[in-house]
Design a protein around this ligand. Structure first.
Ligand code: ASP
Length: 425
């Protein structure tokens, strides 16, 4: 019993995930469809367990993001400093995403996942539509009605409004002390609630994994294996080569120490396929890594909303895949257009499951690729969504650490394990 208590929450999440995977696969392969398996286990027990947990996490997101951005911005207070942090953050987010698409295009250019595919008799892709454009994305950043944006959880307008409130609170200081305290205490309440909800993560992750793998057939995987390999290879390169290199070059901090603590956030993002619901645990973990909440409180929600390196990798590979299947030769201009639109699509992709495949339409449209090919990869997208979401949240954290380091807002002793952080999950 004492031994069990010593297992960290991160390891419990890992155990939940592996058990869920095993149970799901056993049900899928060895148990014939019965009332007990399909209705009771998959549609009720696993569905309920997994979605209860995701809903609890989602419940935290808006109030936590709102309070923590206000508290963070108020404590930075100097508008010019805030501008530098914001500029650096957005700059790194855009560059890493552009790099991610470039890697994807290169890999798919070498492996040729779409070569030899016959693009006839496809499913109807008309259910995949989008109205994401650059102008809409910019306009949508400003809330028509902040209360409405809060109520519907529209992250970008919520972030913008919270930043404005934070700037004004910093300016008015004593005159608004009461409201300032309200947000400070609100932030503490939400952090505490996050820690309580996270205790259920291993069970939630178990149920999510069991349900996914019990229902997911593997029939569709084989014909698309080259496509899947390209996407996974891109994700691996981004995670284990690009991010560690950036971390070492800009901060000289150890990527191993980072991954040792951060893996539970990746596991949660993987099982839930949503960057948004991962915000609370990402914030907690970064505190454990010594990052000041002044920075993470606003870079992480922003990243969960606009920085999707994993999604951009899938989109880059998908474009090459479709172009090869149609026998289209993409010239330099087309490739640069893809890089640009995939970065824009990353900004327009909400951090919830499967949105990346919807904004993929925008990337296809930018170079006149028929969207039929999206229908083929749609069937297997769920599993890739899991992997790419884990990469999306890792990119947000790496960028946050770099920005905090440059801003001297990271306690290096905590990062290096020489000092204990205040919050430990
Ligand atoms: N599920 C992804 C995320 O939440 C978005 C996507 O690519 O569909 O980060």
């Amino acid at each position: 019993m004492k031994r069990l208590k010593e297992i960290s929450l991160g390891n419990w999440i890992l155990i939940g995930m592996i058990l869920g995977l095993i149970v799901g696969l056993v049900l899928n392969f060895y148990v014939t469809n019965t009332f007990i398996k399909d209705i009771i286990l998959i549609d009720n027990v696993f569905y309920l367990g997994g979605n209860l947990f995701i809903k609890l996490m989602k419940m935290l997101v808006v109030p936590l993001v709102f309070c923590s951005i206000i508290v963070g911005v108020t404590s930075i207070s100097d508008i010019r400093k805030l501008g530098t942090i914001g500029g650096r953050t957005i700059g790194i987010y855009l560059i890493t995403t552009a790099l991610a698409v470039t890697i994807a295009l290169t890999i798919a250019g070498i492996i040729h996942p779409g070569a030899g595919l016959h693009m006839t008799g496809l499913a109807d892709p008309s259910n995949v539509t989008t109205n994401v454009t650059l102008t809409n994305t910019i306009l949508d950043m400003i809330p028509d009605n902040p209360i409405n944006s809060l109520a519907s959880g529209d992250m970008l307008p919520v972030i913008i409004f919270a930043i404005l409130v934070g700037i004004i609170l910093a300016k008015l200081r004593e005159k608004t002390e009461t409201i300032n305290n309200v947000f400070n205490e609100g932030n503490k309440i939400m952090m505490e609630m996050t820690m309580i909800v996270m205790k259920f993560a291993p069970i939630g992750v178990f149920c999510l994994m069991a349900k996914t793998f019990a229902t997911l057939g593997f029939d569709g995987l084989l014909p698309l294996s080259k496509y899947i390999i390209c996407v996974l290879l891109g994700l691996v390169i981004q995670t284990f080569i690009v991010y560690p290199t950036l971390l070492v070059v800009f901060t000289r901090l150890s990527p191993i120490k980072f991954f040792k603590k951060f893996y539970s956030v990746m596991l949660f993002a993987f099982s839930s396929s949503t960057s948004n619901a991962t915000i609370p645990i990402n914030l907690e973990k970064l505190s454990e890594l010594g990052v000041s909440q002044d920075i993470s409180s606003f870079t992480i929600p922003l990243g969960a909303t606009i920085n999707m390196d994993g999604t951009a990798i899938m989109q880059g590979v998908a474009v090459m895949f479709a172009a090869q299947a149609y026998g289209m030769d993409l010239g330099m201009t087309a490739l640069l257009t893809v890089i640009f639109t995939a970065v824009m699509a990353s900004i327009g992709t909400a951090g919830v499951p499967s949105v990346g495949i919807i904004t993929l339409n925008m990337v296809f449209a930018s170079i006149g690729l028929p969207t039929d090919a999206i229908a083929i990869i749609l069937g297997i997208d769920h599993i890739l969504d899991m992997f790419r979401t884990a990469v999306n949240v890792t990119g947000d954290a790496i960028c946050t650490i770099i920005v905090s380091f440059k801003n001297k807002s990271i306690d290096l002793d905590i990062f290096n394990g020489k000092k204990q952080p205040e919050i430990v999950l």
